[in-house]
Write a new protein. Structure first.
Length: 405
C-alpha cells in the first residue's frame, strides 16, 4: 500500500529557478489573481530573451546550482508559445555548445490555465520537449467553485472557464500522468473546498496542491468555515481510501509543530535565490517584485540583461530568514511549522518599503488548517493501526520530502 503525503519537487527543490515573464496578458480575469497589472502590451521580444540567456549562460560561475528550472509564466505563458519554443531551442543548443553544467540537468516548467493546451503549436512543443518538461494545469475544482473566480476577461456578463479547461484534462493526464494542479482558496469559495478536491480526484488528478491566498482578504469566521471544510475532506479521504493513491497538500505530517529558531530559521520563500526576467529585460529576485504584481509598492529591480545583476541590491534577500522578518508572536507560535509566506506580499503589505516585515493575514487560516490536519493524521493512524498497516506507512514516509512553496 502506497500512502501519499506530499510530493518531492524536482531535484529536491534545490535547482536554480529562472523565470521568463513572456507576457502580461491572459484570457482570464481571475478575481483572486495577485497580478494586478496584467495587460496586452508587455510581451517579451526574442532579442530580450536571447540577451537574458546569453548573460546567464555566460556567467556560469555565478550560477553554481547543479540543476536549473527554466520557468515560463504570464499572464498565460502559452499565449507566447512560438517565442517559448524559440527560447527553449536556443537554451538547449547553447547549453550543449558551451558544455554548460546544466545541459544534462534542466527542466522547462509551466503553470497554465489550460485553455490553449490542445492547440497544435502547444502540442508540438510538448512532444518535442516532453522528457524535460513539467506542465501543471490550474483547475479550481467543481464547475461552481472554478467559475466563481476563474472567469473570462472582457466577456460582458461573467462567463466561467471550467468547460474550456476540463476538456483538456484527459490529454494532459495522458501526457503527464503524475501531473498536479494548483487550487487557490479565497474567502468566497471556502464552502466548496471538500467537494472540489474530491471532484479533482474524480477527474484523475492525483496531486492537488491547494493554498489560501496570502493577501488580507479574510472575513470574520472564515477560519471556522475553513476548518469545517477540511474536517469534512479528511473524513472523505480516509473513508474513501483516497490516502492510498491521492495527495492533498492541506494534509501533511510536517506542519503544526513549534519551531526551534536555532535549527529551523530558514526563509520559507526563495526570493533572491530565484531570478525573473520581464519584457523590458529587467531582473527581479522573484516575479512578485515586478510592477504588475504589486498593489502599493514600487518594483525591486536587481539588474538587467545589459548590465547584469547588481549584487548589492540582491544581498538583502540573501540575508532573509524567519527571525529577521517575523514578529515575536510568529517566533513563539506553537504551530509555526508549515506556516508559509510570500516575500513579495510581505513587501507589498508592509508599513514601509521593507522586505523584513512578515505579513500575517493567514495566521488564523493556518491555525485552522493545523487543527484539521491533526484530526486527519490522528484518525488515519487509528485506522492504520486497527488494520495493521501503520508500520508499512511509517516505512514509506521516510522517503517523502516535505514540499515548500
Amino acid at each position: 500500500m502506497a500512502i501519499k503525503d506530499n510530493y518531492s519537487p524536482w531535484q529536491g527543490g534545490i535547482a536554480k529557478n529562472i523565470t521568463f515573464i513572456v507576457t502580461k496578458d491572459c484570457q482570464l480575469a481571475c478575481k483572486y489573481c495577485y497580478l494586478v497589472g496584467k495587460n496586452e502590451k508587455e510581451r517579451m521580444s526574442w532579442e530580450t530573451a536571447k540577451a537574458a540567456i546569453d548573460y546567464i549562460l555566460g556567467h556560469e560561475a555565478d550560477f553554481p546550482e547543479a540543476s536549473v528550472v527554466w520557468d515560463f509564466i504570464g499572464g498565460e505563458p502559452f499565449l507566447e508559445i512560438e517565442l517559448i519554443d524559440r527560447i527553449c531551442d536556443y537554451l538547449k543548443t547553447e547549453m550543449f555548445r558551451l558544455g554548460h553544467h546544466w545541459f544534462d540537468s534542466y527542466r522547462f516548467s509551466f503553470s497554465t490555465n489550460g485553455i490553449n493546451y490542445h492547440t497544435p503549436a502547444v502540442q508540438a512543443f510538448i512532444k518535442k520537449n516532453i522528457s524535460h518538461l513539467s506542465v501543471g494545469i490550474t483547475i479550481d475544482g467543481t464547475r461552481q467553485k472554478h467559475d466563481l473566480n476563474r472567469i473570462w476577461k472582457g466577456a460582458g456578463p461573467e462567463r466561467g472557464s471550467y468547460d474550456d479547461v476540463v476538456r483538456n484534462i484527459p490529454l494532459w493526464l495522458e501526457q503527464f500522468p503524475g501531473g498536479g494542479t494548483k487550487v487557490t482558496i479565497s474567502s468566497a469559495d471556502i464552502p466548496y473546498i471538500c467537494e472540489s478536491v474530491l471532484h479533482l480526484y474524480s477527474l484523475g488528478i492525483h496531486e492537488v496542491n491547494i493554498n489560501v491566498v496570502f493577501e488580507d482578504v479574510w472575513q470574520e469566521g472564515d477560519d471556522k468555515r475553513f476548518e469545517d471544510q477540511l474536517m469534512m475532506l479528511a473524513d472523505a479521504i480516509i473513508d474513501g481510501g483516497y490516502y492510498q493513491d491521492y495527495a492533498c497538500s492541506f494534509f501533511s505530517e510536517h506542519i503544526g509543530k513549534p519551531l526551534d529558531p536555532e535549527k529551523e530559521n530558514q526563509n520559507w520563500c526563495g526570493a533572491g535565490k530565484m531570478l525573473s526576467i520581464d519584457a523590458a529585460g529587467n531582473f527581479y529576485p522573484c516575479t512578485r517584485f515586478a510592477a504588475y504584481s504589486l498593489r502599493e509598492k514600487r518594483p525591486i529591480i536587481i539588474g538587467n540583461v545589459r548590465d547584469g545583476i547588481d549584487r548589492n541590491k540582491l544581498r538583502p534577500f540573501l540575508t532573509l530568514d524567519r527571525l529577521t522578518q517575523s514578529p515575536q508572536q510568529c517566533i513563539d507560535c506553537e504551530v509555526a511549522s508549515g506556516c508559509a509566506w510570500c516575500q513579495g506580499e510581505n513587501y507589498d503589505a508592509a508599513d514601509t518599503p521593507t522586505i523584513y516585515q512578515r505579513a500575517t493575514a493567514i495566521c488564523l487560516m493556518h491555525k485552522a488548517r493545523v487543527r484539521a490536519n491533526n484530526y486527519y493524521w490522528n484518525r488515519l493512524f487509528r485506522k492504520l493501526e486497527l488494520e495493521g498497516e501503520r508500520e508499512e506507512f511509517e516505512n514509506n514516509k521516510r522517503n517523502v520530502e516535505p514540499q515548500n512553496c
